[in-house]
Design a protein around this ligand. Sequence first.
Ligand SMILES: Nc1ncnc2c1ncn2[C@@H]1O[C@H](COP(=O)(O)OP(=O)(O)OP(=O)(O)O)[C@@H](O)[C@H]1O
Ligand SMILES: [Mg+2]
Length: 246
Amino acid sequence: MSHAVEINKLSRHFGSFKAVDEISLTVSHGEIFGFLGANGAGKTTAIRMLCGLLLPTGGNGTVAGCDIMKEPEKIKTKIGYMSQKFSLYGELTGRENINFYGSVYGMNKREISSRIDELTEKLQLQDLLHRQSHSLPVGWRQRLALAVALLHQPKIIFLDEPTGGVDPIFRRKFWSTLYDLGEEGITIFVTTHYMDEAEYCGRISIMHQGKIVEMGKPFDLVARHKAENLEQMFIGLINERGSSGA
Ligand SMILES: Nc1ncnc2c1ncn2[C@@H]1O[C@H](COP(=O)(O)OP(=O)(O)OP(=O)(O)O)[C@@H](O)[C@H]1O
Ligand SMILES: [Mg+2]
C-alpha cells in the first residue's frame, strides 16, 4: 500500500452544484494532514466520500488500499471517523457508548473491555466512562468521540472539526494526543478552523468552493504567499479568490 489516502479528481455534485470539484491529493502513512477551508468549502462532503459514507460522482482513489468507488463498506472497517456533528448517544454513559459502537464493529465483550482499558490510559477516560454523555463538557465529549473512532484500531482516522467549541486547554491536550497517535504511525486527516492547530500539521490543504487551491507544509505556504503568518495567508488567499456571495 503506497499511501494512506490517494485520490484523483474526486468530485461530488448535488444536481448542478459542485460541492467537491475534482480534488486530488495523497496522504502518507503516519502523516497529520490538515484539511482547511471556509464554511461550505466542501470539507465534510470530501471526508464523507473518503470514509465510504457518500459515493463520489466522479474521480477515483483509495483509502487504506481500498477503492473508494467499489469498496466503501471495506473502507468503513479500516478507518475511524469522528463526525462534525455530535455522534454519541446522550442518554448513554461513556462506557455504554463505547460498548455500543464496539458491537457495531463486530468486537466481542472481552475485546471491547480490554480496548477500553488501553484507551482509558491513553485518552484519560476514567472520569467520563460512568457519566451520561450529554452531561459531559464539550472537551470531554470530543475525547470520548475520539476513543470511539479509535476503538477497532484503525490505521487512519478522519476527524471533522474535532475541537470545534472546545477551550484552548482542551485543544492543546487533544493535539498532544493526536501527536502521540501520529508517532504510533496512525494517519490523521483532520479539519480545523483554528490556525494554531493548522500549524501543528505536517501538511495542510486549503479548499475553496469545492476545489483545493493550496497545499503544502504550513510555513512553506506562509513563505510562498509572503504572508506574516498562516491566518494572514489563509484570509488573503480566500479573499483573492472571492466568495460566491455566501
Ligand atoms: N446533501 C446535500 N445536498 C445539497 N447540497 C449539499 C449537501 N451536502 C452538502 N451540500 C452543500 O455542499 C457545500 C459544502 O458543504 P460541506 O458541509 O462539505 O462544507 P464544509 O467545508 O464542511 O463547511 P463547514 O466548515 O461549515 O463544516 C455546502 O454549500 C452545502 O450546502
Ligand atoms: Mg464541515
